[in-house]
Design a protein around this ligand. Structure first.
Ligand code: 1CP
Length: 367
């Protein structure tokens, strides 16, 4: 399925606030979406997941993946939808044996254990092993019918590598960092393979109907500044430059999100030809804005734990994030989001408080 297969005109965007911000056009208020907006904090998500059986079956079923993508939009006035899928679809398609055990994170039965394992990694055909993701994208795009734009995504090569080498979630990242220090050549081969795979995967998502892209570098912050540059940033730079040189993806806005990195690293991340960067809650948007000089749009950065607070405190925190970014200029800009994904035990009503507060307080800042 390609973009041309989607009836033109049928879905000219009714709400294009998110894309306008990324293109440097004027908006009436700050655009807003919520990382992990479809997920376990919503009872209707838990119900659909139970119908699917398990998490990967939900991702593999285009109709159900579409249903959960649209669930948060039925509750809240959000300005973008994000494909319901996971970053671990790529290593799963490579045959690493992904499973999600109840109450635990992801587990790979065949993690990368040797240089030979890395040498044998394929370049995937996204219209073969990952066709189910593209089916979900085109199904969601049709169902949205132009209501809001659809964001496609991937993990960054480094963040994917952490799961592939550790065999799942990690606290210390000792195995993957050991690989980086002991076998830098093998590490580079892994980054090169994943850069290629992420590029073709994101391009295929655009061909299937994704209107913006985001790369999640969730574990960029566990690297030293030098390694961050050499390993994670370098791989993301290759992907962005491929996307910007390809006629299919050249005009698709790209957001890069490295969680847990310092301000210098955010400045580097803003300099790869991408339109936006994600900012976690450990930074003040005012500092990041001053450091990046309105070069890119900043997305973020309310602490997800603020949603545990009482409604009035949430409203004040939303105000503080908007004020920290400050008044928009012709370049740069702000897309409101959390600084990381919403926690599964947040009452859904708290998200309404957040959304209404962004709508109420943000129009004074935009241009
Ligand atoms: O139902 C369940 O129990 C599964 C929980 C869940 C969900 C809802 C997982 C497993 N993935 C997802 C969906 C998901 N994952 C989305 C959907 C779109 C949305 O935002 O609404 C996205 C964008 C992701 C991306 C993702 N998966 C990231 C990057 C973003 C981030 O949150 O940092 C990462 C690191 C993953 C790995 C992953 N998948 C699932 C879990 C529980 C994890 C994290 C494990 C860990 O902490 O290491």
């Amino acid at each position: 399925m390609t973009n041309s297969a989607i009836p033109s005109g049928v879905d000219s965007l009714q709400n294009d606030r998110y894309l306008r911000m990324l293109r440097g056009q004027s908006v009436d208020r700050t655009p807003l979406w919520v990382m992990r907006q479809a997920g376990r904090y919503l009872p209707e998500y838990r119900a659909t997941r139970a119908v699917a059986g398990d998490f990967m079956s939900l991702c593999r079923n285009a109709e159900l993946a579409c249903e959960v993508t649209l669930q948060p939009l039925a509750r809240y006035d959000l300005d973008a939808a994000i494909l319901f899928s996971d970053i671990l679809t790529i290593p799963d398609a490579m045959g690493l044996g992904l499973s999600f055990n109840a109450g635990e994170g992801p587990v790979f039965s065949k993690p990368l254990q040797s240089e030979a394992d890395i040498d044998n990694l394929p370049i995937l055909d996204p219209t073969a092993e990952l066709q189910y993701v593209m089916n979900a994208v085109s199904t969601i795009r049709k169902a949205l019918n132009g209501r809001v734009p659809l964001i496609g995504f991937s993990g960054s090569p480094w963040t994917l590598a952490t799961y592939m080498v550790e065999g799942g979630s990690s606290k210390q990242f000792a195995k993957v960092k050991k690989l980086a220090y002991q076998s830098p050549v093998a590490m580079q081969k892994l980054m090169d393979n994943l850069s290629e795979n992420v590029f073709v995967y994101l391009k295929a998502q655009v061909e299937a109907g994704a209107q913006a892209l985001m790369i999640f570098d969730t574990w960029g912050g566990v690297l030293t500044p030098a390694q961050y540059q050499k390993i994670s940033l370098d791989a993301m730079e290759k992907i962005v430059s491929r996307l910007k040189r390809d006629s299919v993806t050249a005009n698709i806005p790209v957001t890069l999100f490295s969680k847990g990195v310092g301000e210098k690293q955010l400045v580097q991340l803003a300099d790869l030809g991408n339109e936006a960067i994600g900012v976690d809650w450990t930074h003040a948007l005012s500092d990041v804005r001053a450091a990046t000089g309105d070069k890119v749009v900043l997305q973020g950065n309310l602490d997800p734990c603020v949603l545990y607070a009482q409604p009035e405190a949430i409203r004040q925190s939303v105000k503080a994030v908007l004020k920290s970014y400050g008044e928009h200029k012709a370049t740069g800009g702000h897309i409101f989001n959390l600084g990381h994904g919403i926690h599964p035990d947040i009452p859904p009503e708290k998200v309404s408080v957040l959304v209404e507060a962004v709508k109420e307080f943000s129009s004074q800042y935009v241009c």
